[in-house]
Design a protein around this ligand. Structure first.
Ligand code: NDP
Length: 295
């Protein structure tokens, strides 16, 4: 059998919603997929579709040249990968850790992998489980480019867009935490907005289309802000931060009049006020990035 006709194979460790989606996409693409999860029983649907169930993580990683780990965080991936038998079985093989955690944990895992002769790529998934295997999936990777290229054909089975962000191993996690920061602060703003609206007799459903209108303003603003911040101009020509701080104050008062916790907005208003106190009241909200970076 020529090298090109050998069926590619992968091991997936972790069968939460995301791990199951990854394993399912590998199976759909015809990749021989071995699976393992700490709690037994999560592999039933996958084995029904042809996945091989391993009885231990060491057996799982020994089954494939490439192991994809997708568990809740790096405490969990450490708990699996750093068992002696698993570490030994991984020697000379590749691990791609798609669990979410900090850049520091990615660097620590890379250092551990290097000490044990394990080839290591770090990664992050930026879209929900149902996108996996579709064009909408977004994967970020970092680590040795050659290693990434070697495994790229198998990873392509996961669908969507894959971006190799560079050799510095913490880079995918750096993007991940920054992008999750955008997501969670936006969702916190939305849930808070709904609480305020409901207190005024507006239902979440009534507010939703208008909230989507606000969300639609953001993408071009992100691009504008990025250029503004990278250039250090912090332009407030169209919306000076004095005006922005005034609207934040309205949100705080309207919330607290209904007994709604406004602590997040108070913090944001405080940051804007610090910008103004430093003599930058004519600048845009983008100037906050400097104030919070130098406490
Ligand atoms: P979870 O984040 O809830 O992770 C569940 C998985 O982690 C299960 O396989 C669970 O095993 C395992 N786990 C937890 N603690 C341990 C441990 N100490 N030892 C071994 N395994 C452990 O679910 P997801 O599958 O959704 O997420 C996995 C990763 O993917 C996370 O880092 C998440 O941030 C990321 N992600 C998820 C997205 C999604 O839409 N779900 C979107 C983008 C990223 P057990 O079954 O035994 O509890």
């Amino acid at each position: 059998m020529s090298e090109h006709t050998v069926q590619p194979s992968v091991t997936v460790l972790g069968l939460g919603p995301m791990g199951r989606a990854l394993a399912g996409a590998f199976l759909d693409a015809g990749v021989r997929t071995t699976v393992w999860n700490r709690t037994p029983g999560r592999d039933a649907e996958l084995t029904g579709r042809g996945a091989v169930a391993a009885s231990s993580p060491e057996e799982a990683v020994a089954a494939s040249p490439l192991t994809v780990v997708c568990v809740v965080n790096y405490d969990a991936s450490d708990a699996v990968l750093r068992q002696d038998a698993v570490t030994a079985a991984l020697k000379g093989r590749t691990v791609v850790n798609l669990s979410a955690d900090t850049p520091g944990r990615a660097r620590d895992t890379d250092e551990w992998a290097g000490r044990h002769g394990i080839r290591y790529l770090d990664g992050a998934i930026m879209t929900p489980a149902p996108t996996i295997g579709t064009d909408d999936a977004v994967f970020l990777h970092s680590g040795p480019e050659e290693l990434y290229r070697e495994h790229r054909p198998v990873l392509a089975a996961l669908g969507g867009g894959h971006t190799h962000l560079g050799e510095e191993i913490g880079r995918a996690a750096a993007y991940d935490v920054a992008l999750l920061d955008v997501f969670w602060t936006a969702m916190a703003g939305y849930t808070h907005a709904i609480a305020v609206a409901r207190a005024e007799g507006v239902t979440a459903t009534e507010l939703a289309p208008f909230a989507q209108g606000i969300a639609a303003i953001l993408p071009p603003l992100f691009t504008e802000f990025a250029a503004d911040i990278d250039a250090g101009t912090y332009s407030g020509d169209l919306n000076p931060i004095t005006s922005a701080a005034s609207t934040m104050d309205h949100i705080v008062h309207a919330s607290e009049a209904h007994g709604i916790d406004a602590s997040v907005m108070r913090v944001i208003e405080g940051q804007a006020r610090r910008v103004i106190a430093r003599g930058h009241g004519g600048d845009g909200f983008s100037r906050v990035v400097e104030v919070i970076a130098h406490r």
